[in-house]
Design a protein around this ligand. Structure first.
Ligand code: GLU
Length: 488
């Protein structure tokens, strides 16, 4: 049976050695979209066989990032399925069984070479310009030879007996056919001397056992694929289809890394990015629908995504475009939804719990003032903290206040006008301040500058008329008077 005829089963298989970075998130997203668009199953498998680098905290983090992005899995941690467990270190029995079988069939063998011997081999190979692969010393070890090594106290790894000639072709759905010389692959290790399986072995066993139909993963694993293909064949298993996603580069065209700034989903979340923007942006990092369309809702992505339209050339991570997209998604959220996002976001910040408390403005009042201006949720803090926190006038900002057009006269005029207003709503405030500016023959923008600084100690705020209305008459007048004192 061809893989395509079976129900689609794909997996995202992170190694829990740190936060989920954008490359991993894109791999997860493409798997998720592929599964959702083809009525398949999306499996989350934790590849924790690198015991020195895997941590439980990283698992918690990865899960939290995936849940935040909305990339739910059908089987995996917390969602038991017929193919579990979904953490490799809990699947030891399967690997033992598979390696036992390969050993008994002579397809794998125990290797007793020491680190020193292998080091020597590598040096020699390097000097002779040969590929650095295992030399095969233990390939034909006799039972007596084995016993002697064991008596010496040597420990064994298990290696796969690889073909020494010929080629292995990876039929990649994105890169086309990629050929590898078998002689360059070498008898690689399946099981370490401490009994823990290697990445290539555990992946091949699990992809087969979990009946994975398509392996969608980063380009960095393409070179592992011929090994996994040979291993699957040795185990008598059908290989899945493979799709290796193009590398992600930073703005300088080197592989994206911490040097380029934020790279983890968690960092973007902490910086006030919304999931809609990250999903949309990551979807376009290697995939396109047509030459024009950039904005896709998750539903549209599910409808339109296909592996055929994933490109094979590296994609450049463009932080400006992501920021632009984030602003777009913040603008199109409903006011209620944006309030909920802000509420969540300001937890743990200086504004936590303050909106709506002790007569302070609530989020429902503030969101209309800032929604158009925000590019990230973090912008909410910058744009509105002056409503809640004591004003701090930096010397430069006092200079700006003093340098405004007739600041004292403008502040006095504004105080008088606002004091006398019958109503203190945005429309009334706007009309009266525009008239006041005209009376003084000062352009409205210039007239508002000292007012803006006076009420916020900032140069950039939400619209001044709305801001004054939300602050209320008493508070507005108090701030204007305090600023007047400051410059006199
Ligand atoms: N655990 C591997 C990684 O995090 C992924 C392996 C795979 O997808 O085959 O890079």
């Amino acid at each position: 049976m061809q893989p395509a005829e079976k129900p689609i089963r794909v997996r995202f298989a992170p190694s829990p050695t740190g936060y989920l970075h954008v490359g991993g998130a894109r791999t997860a997203l493409y798997n998720w979209l592929f599964a959702r668009s083809r009525s398949g199953s999306f499996i989350l498998r934790i590849e924790d066989t690198d015991t020195s680098r895997s941590t439980d905290e990283a698992i918690v983090q990865i899960i939290s990032s995936m849940e935040w992005l909305g990339l739910g899995w059908d089987e995996g941690p917390g969602r038991p399925g017929a193919y579990g467990p979904y953490r490799q270190m809990e699947r030891a029995a399967l690997y033992r069984q598979a390696s036992g079988q390969l050993l008994s069939e002579g397809k794998a063998y125990r290797c007793y070479c020491t680190e020193e011997e292998l080091d020597e081999d590598r040096k020699r190979a390097r000097a002779a310009g040969r590929p650095i692969v295992y030399c095969g010393r233990c390939r034909e070890l006799s039972a007596a030879g084995e016993q002697a090594f064991i008596a010496e106290g040597r420990e064994a790894v298990i290696r796969l007996r690889m073909p020494e000639t010929g080629r292995t072709v990876v039929r990649d759905l994105i890169h086309g056919d990629v050929e590898f010389e078998n002689a360059q692959l070498g008898d690689f290790i399946l099981v370490r001397s401490n009994g823990v399986p290697t990445y290539n072995f555990a992946v091949a066993v699990d992809d087969a056992a979990m009946e994975i139909t398509h392996v969608v993963r980063g380009d960095d694993h393409l070179a592992n694929t011929p090994r996994q293909l040979i291993l699957l064949a040795a185990m008598g298993k059908q290989a899945p289809a493979y799709a290796h996603l193009p590398l992600i580069l930073g703005h300088d065209r080197s592989p994206l890394s911490k040097r380029h700034g934020s790279v983890s989903v968690e960092e973007f979340r902490a910086r006030g990015y919304v999931r809609e923007a990250l999903i949309n942006y990551l979807a376009l990092l290697g995939w396109s629908y047509d030459a024009e369309t950039t904005l896709f809702s998750v539903d549209e992505l599910v409808e339109k995504f296909s592996l055929e339209r994933v490109g094979s050339t590296a994609a450049v991570f463009d932080t400006e475009k992501l920021l632009w997209m984030n602003g777009h998604y913040i603008r199109v959220l409903s006011a209620g939804e944006l309030e909920a996002r802000i509420e969540e976001y300001i937890k743990g910040t200086s504004l936590e719990g303050l909106p709506g408390k002790d007569g302070k403005p609530g989020l429902a009042e503030l969101v209309p003032l800032v929604q158009e201006k925000m590019k990230t949720l973090a912008d909410f803090l910058d744009l509105t903290d002056f409503f809640f926190l004591p004003l701090e006038f930096e010397p430069e900002i006092i200079e700006k206040l003093r340098g405004s057009v007739q600041p004292a006269a403008v502040l006095e005029k504004a105080i008088q006008v606002l004091y006398e207003l019958p109503d203190f709503d945005t429309g009334t405030i706007e009309a009266s301040l525009r008239r006041a500016a005209a009376d003084m023959d000062i352009k409205v923008g210039k007239f508002l500058q000292p007012l803006r600084i006076a009420v916020s100690a900032k140069m950039v705020t939400p619209g001044m008329f709305e801001t004054l209305a939300v602050l209320g008459r008493e508070e507005s007048l108090a701030r204007l008077k305090a600023a007047l004192v400051l410059i006199q």
